[in-house]
Design a protein around this ligand. Structure first.
Ligand code: GLY
Ligand code: MN
Ligand code: MN
Length: 434
């Protein structure tokens, strides 16, 4: 059986389990629709419901439905309006077409008619059109069902892994094009365009807004502005940019120093080494929280080694100073969504880990298990807003921190698959395969 058909079997089994646990018989999943701007007739880019693309690799068919009844063949109702204003959505070829019952529809009422009168044991998942209000559905987006499905999604199928390997390959290829543009002293906008050109896509077809930061901009964690003019000097370049393949995400960050030697190049190398060391420490049964704390200790050592502090590494960590330089989490699950779901769920019943006051931005608390894919993305930045509270603190070497400020910061981000015996680095393998 192909990877996709095996995946479909797994998705069916997962829905069977989750629906049965809720006393439900079936589910109706809506692909969604593009939101329209206020007082306007132009729409925002369409993003498909992740549960829709979980079943079939169809990401650009708004107003479509999947109906699944426990133990039955999935039924797909694809919206194909008779409309001479727009291009018709193209249905991707593939095995999925033979694995489902496929019907083309012009409107939602056709679905209501096809499903029969009793939907009282059917849950709806999606941003529903108003018409479903009187369909007599059991529940709309029931939290317990969604938690159950989210919990299961942490373990990827082999089809999902294939998609993510490909997404990483395309993202890595575009990363190299962006890197070349940086060394050719391009502007941020030109680098962004080089990335898209290598991907052969428009920016709305990426899983998130690319972060393309030159010099100080590398310190702005979600920098999604693109300067039109090149700076007078190219010192550093931080790029965090991804790709989709069949709706599955890549999320990669690389940082480059303009000069191959010197302080900033060495800092990039140190963060890169720390990132790989933590990936080597990934093992089944260990909590991701531990990895995150382990990385803080490594960041403390780097901060000490590069002279940013006058105190030892252990004290840097104990006093909480690493949070000012590495304010975000070590990483997150990745899959159908770039920040994939279920990172705080303890079980399928929806019990959740508490947020930790010291590490409020960590997105993943679960124990490491085979089949999970998560990012590992440490960073060190000069974020002045976070340093303000330490002004005048003699533990800090302010002069040295001032030397890093013009470079912004460093982040290195890979996606890692957990295996029974270790890890597979989807991102580094992708760069190596280019
Ligand atoms: N690109 C978003 C993230 O790294 O989480
Ligand atoms: Mn990430
Ligand atoms: Mn990222």
């Amino acid at each position: 059986m192909s990877h996709y058909l095996q995946h479909l079997e797994t998705v069916r089994a997962r829905f069977d389990e989750a629906l049965t646990a809720q006393g439900l018989r079936s589910v109706l999943i809506y692909s969604g629709y593009p939101a329209v701007a206020f007082l306007d007739d132009n729409s925002y880019p369409f993003r498909v419901n992740p549960f829709f693309k979980y079943w079939i690799p169809v990401t650009e068919s708004p107003r479509s439905f999947i109906f699944y009844e426990v133990g039955q063949r999935p039924r797909v109702f694809l919206h194909q309006p008779r409309d001479f204003w727009h291009a018709q959505p193209q249905l991707p070829p593939g095995e999925w077409r033979d694995a489902v019952d496929l019907t083309l529809i012009e409107g939602a009422q056709a679905v209501r008619g096809a499903l029969g009168s009793d939907l009282s044991q059917t849950a709806f998942i999606g941003e529903g059109p108003e018409v479903i209000a009187d369909w007599g559905l059991a529940a709309v987006n029931p939290e317990t069902l969604i938690n159950h499905l989210h919990y299961q999604r942490a373990i990827k199928t082999s089809y999902e892994l294939e998609c993510m390997r490909k997404a990483n390959y395309f993202a890595a290829r575009s990363h190299n094009a962006a890197r070349d543009a940086f060394y050719n002293k391009a502007s941020e906008l030109e680098i962004h365009a080089a990335y898209l050109a290598a991907m052969k896509c428009r920016e709305t077809q990426l899983p998130y807004n690319s972060i393309v930061g030159l010099n100080e901009h590398g310190a702005i964690l979600h920098y999604d502005h693109y300067d039109v003019d090149a700076p007078s000097e190219h010192r550093s370049f931080l790029i965090d940019a991804g790709a989709y393949y069949n709706g599955y995400c890549a999320d990669i960050t690389r940082t480059y120093a303009a000069e191959s030697t010197g302080f900033f190049a060495e800092l990039v190398e140190a963060v890169d080494q720390a990132e790989q060391a933590i990936i080597s420490a990934v093992e089944v049964g260990r909590s991701y929280y531990d990895l995150h704390v382990g990385m803080h200790r490594k960041i403390a050592q780097i901060l000490k080694a590069f002279g940013f502090f006058k105190i030892d590494a252990e004290t840097i960590y104990e006093r909480g100073y690493t949070n000012a330089f590495f304010p975000h989490g070590l990483g997150h699950y990745i899959g159908l969504q770039v920040h994939d779901v279920g990172g705080y769920l303890k079980n399928a019943q929806g019990d959740a880990f508490a947020r930790d006051a010291r590490h409020p931005f960590l997105r993943l608390r679960r124990d490491v298990q085979p089949g999970q894919v998560f990012t590992i993305e440490p960073g060190i930045y000069v974020v002045d807003q976070l340093l303000e509270e330490f002004e005048g603190n003699e533990d800090f070497n302010w002069q040295r921190i001032g030397e890093l400020r013009p470079y912004g910061g460093v982040r290195i981000e890979d996606s890692v698959l957990v295996t029974e015996t270790g890890t597979e680095n989807l991102t580094r393998n992708a760069f190596a395969a280019l």
